[in-house]
Design a protein around this ligand. Structure first.
Ligand SMILES: CC(C)(COP(=O)(O)OP(=O)(O)OC[C@H]1O[C@@H](n2cnc3c(N)ncnc32)[C@H](O)[C@@H]1OP(=O)(O)O)[C@@H](O)C(=O)NCCC(=O)NCCS
Length: 199
């Protein structure tokens, strides 16, 4: 069931019935994802992920196209810490078939907005490997700031990998809201309509 509808996307909570679409996304996007992310690729891994969502360890949003219902990506707010921190780690991945059409930026913008309003977070951190140009450009375009570099920070695909640390706070996000809205309007009025590939 849709939680929220955007111009081109529908946001929903992941569930067991999303398994076939999820497996299809993972199988057809391995070249886009690796070595940056290793999403759940078996029914057991998906069930284990859903248990983490249910326990409140992850706030998760599935992104589907409104025109076709196709799954275009997933955004996670991982390891939510409350109290004086009010923080979470941002994770995301898209579907190779729908890449470079602005869907992930639109979805991330919506989820980050909800993180700072509905979920009452104060800071989001995105740890990204230095060679992951697409993700670095994506978070930069959303207003994340580079805070530092963490050597051998996360074990991904069986290896400890260096990461750049990028973050955004609620205050800096709110200052960018008019800019973000303007970017969205410009994108749509310049032909980035539903299903319209820009390049
Ligand atoms: C990063 C990712 C989600 C982008 O998906 P996408 O569907 O292409 O995203 P969008 O179409 O919304 O692109 C938004 C912006 O991302 C950046 N971007 C995306 N792909 C890029 C690429 N190949 N090279 C450079 N920048 C890229 C651009 O700034 C782009 O804006 P533009 O098209 O106006 O130039 C996708 O490449 C992916 O799933 N990567 C693997 C997962 C990952 O790295 N997750 C983060 C781990 S921390």
């Amino acid at each position: 069931m849709a939680i929220r509808k955007n111009a081109r996307l529908e946001l929903s909570a992941p569930s067991a019935k999303d398994l076939p679409d999820m497996l299809q996304l993972v199988q057809s996007s391995a070249r886009l994802h690796r070595p940056w992310v290793y999403p759940p690729r078996t029914p057991a891994a998906w069930a284990s992920y859903l248990r983490r969502v249910k326990r409140g360890l992850v706030i998760a949003y599935l992104l589907r196209r409104r025109d076709s219902g196709e799954l275009v990506g997933l955004v996670n707010l991982n390891e939510v810490v409350r109290g004086a921190l009010q923080s979470a780690y941002l994770g995301f991945y898209g579907h190779a078939t729908h890449a470079r059409q602005g869907f992930m930026r639109e979805g991330l913008r919506a989820v980050v907005g909800r993180a700072f309003t509905l979920h009452r977070l104060h800071r989001l951190e995105a740890n990204i490997q230095p060679g992951n140009v697409a993700s670095l450009e994506l978070v930069k375009s959303l207003g994340f700031r580079r805070e530092g570099f963490s050597p051998r920070y996360l074990k991904i695909g069986g290896r400890w990998r260096d990461h750049e640390r990028w973050a955004v706070t609620r205050e800096s996000w709110k200052r960018r809201v008019p800019h973000n809205n303007q970017m969205q309007r410009t994108a749509h009025s310049s032909g980035e309509s539903a299903g319209g590939r820009r390049r």
